[in-house]
Design a protein. Structure first.
Length: 150
């Protein structure tokens, strides 16, 4: 090539002959430069992590803790939750607290009834030697089995 500067016409002719040549070379050069820098950064960070593991571990734990705290923040209650679900839950708790003593009493009476039926069934079997009360004993047995089921 000639050491004289190219004229505008010569530059235009060169660009027309090889429009992508300069661009392709520049892109390849920059891509290689970016890859070289990325490899250097990776090697430096790898060396730092191997030389100083505890600061890296503590830093990762701190980032995880902050992310967990940010994700666990309570969101605003929806209208359904505020005006339907919460009052229903409160009403359910009040109803259960009122019915708990009744349920306990019914449970105790049920246990007493079951024990009385089982006792009566046993007595009928003991007293009835001739089988006169057999139908009544069968009915009492069925009732006792039914009560055991509950």
């Amino acid at each position: 090539m000639n050491s004289e500067p190219m004229t505008a016409t010569e530059l235009a002719e060169e660009a027309a002959r090889n429009p992508y040549g300069n661009v392709t070379g520049e892109v390849r050069r920059r891509a290689a430069d970016v890859q070289r820098r990325a490899n250097e950064a990776f090697e430096q960070s790898d060396h730092y992590v191997h030389e100083n593991p505890w600061p890296v571990i503590l830093g990762a734990a701190a980032v995880g803790l902050l992310a967990g705290m940010a994700l666990s923040q309570r969101r605003e209650a929806t209208l359904r939750e505020r005006f339907l679900d919460e009052p229903m839950d409160q009403a359910r708790e009040v109803l259960f607290s009122l019915l708990a003593p009744v349920a306990k009493r019914l449970q105790n009476q049920y246990g007493n009834l079951r024990a009385a039926v089982e006792d009566a069934t046993g007595r009928v079997h003991d007293v009835d030697g001739r089988g006169l009360a057999q139908p009544m004993a069968k009915q009492a047995d069925r009732l006792a089995k039914f009560l055991r089921f509950w």
